[in-house]
Design a protein around this ligand. Structure first.
Ligand code: PRP
Ligand code: MN
Ligand code: MG
Length: 178
């Protein structure tokens, strides 16, 4: 697995430090609110787990599974809800947790769904942002790192469902995906 990685972009230590910082910021900003944290499966599962350990205010969690990529490396442009939330979002301050924003299609779809369900507020935290690939106008409220347009895997990010379990984020060797 490690031998498929060309270069480590963010080490486990760098990621953990950033996640801690984000958790502290969110704790301050959402004090006294009715916080519902939504993990966008599958990619955000590790980030979500580490993030909420650094959030010191009360919160509820829920999970949503959406996919626009499937096994392909290119977005199909069609977002599908594979697993919906278990709880209503009406009147809740919703925080969407994403591992990465690429084209922005997944998030713009999700924000739209949650707003139409009358969430009180919809906020986005994304650990990684690839602004160079954006096709819809969208900025996360909280962001970890801005990354170049390389094929990155690890810390939840997959290539054909593999590499999610790497504790760091690295660039995949071209020979692996070409
Ligand atoms: C990846 C990633 C984001 C989305 C970002 O998910 O986890 O959710 O793509 O791309 P976008 O901004 O172009 O929509 P994917 O659809 O691969 O599903 P996964 O989380 O299960 O890997
Ligand atoms: Mn995803
Ligand atoms: Mg994926």
């Amino acid at each position: 697995m490690q031998r498929d990685i060309q270069e480590v972009l963010y080490s486990e230590e760098q990621i953990q430090a950033k996640v801690k910082e984000l958790g502290q910021q969110i704790s301050r900003d959402f004090e006294g609110r009715n916080l519902l944290v939504i993990c966008v499966l599958k990619g955000a599962f590790i980030f979500m787990a580490d993030l909420v350990k650094n959030v010191t205010i009360p919160l509820d969690l829920d999970f949503m599974a959406v996919s626009s990529y499937g096994a392909s490396t290119k977005s199909s442009g069609v977002v599908k809800i594979i697993k919906d939330l278990d709880v209503p979002v009406e009147g809740r301050d919703v925080l969407i947790v994403e591992d990465i924003i690429d084209s922005g299609l997944t998030l713009s779809y999700l924000i739209d769904v949650l707003e139409r369900r009358n969430a009180l507020s919809v906020t986005v935290v994304a650990l990684f942002d690839k602004p160079g690939r954006r096709t819809v106008d969208l900025e996360p409220d909280y962001k970890g790192f801005t990354i170049p347009d390389a094929f990155v895997v690890g810390y939840g990010l997959d290539f054909a469902e593999k590499y999610r379990n790497l504790p760091f984020v690295g660039v995949l060797k071209e020979e692996v995906y070409s």
